[in-house]
Design a protein around this ligand. Sequence first.
Ligand SMILES: [Cu+2]
Length: 296
Amino acid sequence: MRFARLSARRIVILAAGFLLQSFALAVLLPGAARADGYPEPGQIGFQEAATPIAREIVFFHNWILLPIIVAISLFVAGLLLYVIFRFNEKVNPTSAPTTHHSGLEVAWTVTPVMILVVIAIPSFRLLTHQLTMPPADITMKATGKQWYWTYTYPKDQGGGFEFDSEMIQPADLKPGDIRQLSVDNEAVVPVGKIVHVQVTAADVIHSFAIPSFGIRIDAVPGRMNETWFKAEREGIYYGQCSKLCGKAHSDMPIAIRVVSEENYAAWLVEASKKFALKDTAPVHFAANDAPAGKRQ
Ligand SMILES: [Cu+2]
């Protein structure tokens, strides 16, 4: 039958494409060189890890999940090809009357369960590492607003100020700026220190995410979420609001500048003057304090 021949050929092409894609991913992903702290055009795979948690995430994906899914893809593609060539109408005109095979049914139930158990162990270990917060050296607050972030540094750690961090509009980009990622005021943290980030929002739900730090946490109005990171290298690390939050959702990047401890101390002094609060009240850690209608 013409129809049957055509669809068999199409399945072979699909299976071959599937195979090729699995191989390409397995070969390219772990070895690809990439920029530090931001994504590059055409990049495949994760950004370079800049925290221990991000390193663990990359390892979990590249060396546990990816090999397992490549093996499963190859196995399923092999089965498909075998069935197509061995049991097509021409080669095998009379099909076998078998409808049940208990051993096979037990095997295809138990094997996936075992695979899930193998994945679950490192997965839960990673979750535990992410959610067990070590004591903070620095605490800061990030408040998501339509459509920018406000960073607050508490007074008892040399801060007592807050500032808005807005994306640099495409027309104002200078050489070295990254389109849709560079901001006017980066949040600054010291290298090698445990930083707790309290995350909330003033209007709608946003999400505070930095791929190279391996963090992503929802910013919910009226609720205080908390995450942590320990940046291992100096540099600027970028993220984006990762919850659809309105028309300029794409225009509220996150930029964290990681500096040496001395430079951080110097920045605190400088920023205290630059962003001095008008009233002397301590910085309040409460939601819903956005200036209304700041950006329409
Ligand atoms: Cu947002």
